[in-house]
Design a protein. Sequence first.
Length: 311
Amino acid sequence: MTADDADEPFGDGGWQPCSDRARQRGDALAGTGSRGLQWFLIEISGPWGSRAFLDPPFDTTLGRALIHRIEGAGMRALAIRRTGRRPEQTTWSWASVDSRPGHESVRWGSVDRPEDLLDVPLDGSTGVASDRRIFAVCAHARHDQCCAVRGRQVVTTLSRAFPEETWECSHLGGDRFAGTLVMLPHGLYYGNADDDDAVRIGEAYLDGRVVEEHYRGRSSLSHPVQAAQHYARLALGDDGIDAYPPLAERSGTATGGGWTVTLGTDAGPVTVELAETESEPLLSTCSATRRLRVRQWELASLTAPPAISAR
C-alpha cells in the first residue's frame, strides 16, 4: 500500500474512517498535543451539537457568551458528561483545571442554572479543591465519526476500571488519532488508544508515568518540546510525567533548520535537535474534503550527559 492509497477515503472495502487511514499511514503522535494551560469543564449531560457550546441543543447565545468569557481568560472550554444512561440534568457541575507545571490543580463547583456559569470566577478563587484525576475521553459523535466509534469503546472500558475519574468530553483535536483522551490536571494527551490501552494509560497516570507509544504530548508545552521529550524518553528511558523538563528552546539547529530544545535531568542537560518537516497532503478528519500538510518532527541529534546511558 502506498501513502496515497492509505489516505483514500474510499478503499476496497468502502469508506474508511480518518483514524483507520492515519494508522495505515503510521502518522506520528509525538508533538501533536494542542495548547491548554488552564481549562474550564462544564457538565452537559444531554446531547451535543457538532460544536458543543455553539450549536443546538445547547443555548447558542449562552454558549457564545461562555466561550468568549472562558477563552478571554486564557482557558480552554470543554464539555463533559458521564457515559451511559444519565438522569435529567438539574444542576450544572463545572471544574476549573490548571495544567501549568508546578500548579496542577482541580477545583469543582456547581450552579443551579446554566446561565449562572457566567458568574463563576475563573481565577481559581472558588470551588472545592480535589485531588481526584480527570480522564477525559473524546466521544464527540457529531464532530467526528471516529470520536464516536473508537471514543465510545474507550470510554466504556475506562469507566468500568475508573468510574469516578472517567468522563466523556467534547472535541480535543487530532480526530485522526481516535481514540483520544486527555489526563487532567497535567494535560497529558494520548491517541490511537483502544480499550485495554486506555486502562493501561489510566494506571500509568495514577502511578506518575506516561505510556510513550500512545503519548502525544503535554498541553502546557510547545510542540517542539513535546517532540524533544518523546525522543529523550525513547533514548534514555525515564517515563516519569515530570521527566525532562524544558530548559530552553529555539528555532534553528546546528544544521540551519528545525529546533534545538534543551531538557533537564539530574545529571545535566540533554540537547535535542529536531528537523521540522511536513507530511504529504492528507485528510485529517472524517469530514475533510481538502488535503493539507501537517507538521512532523524528526530527530536530528540527541546529546546527553555521560552519566546517562542511552538505551
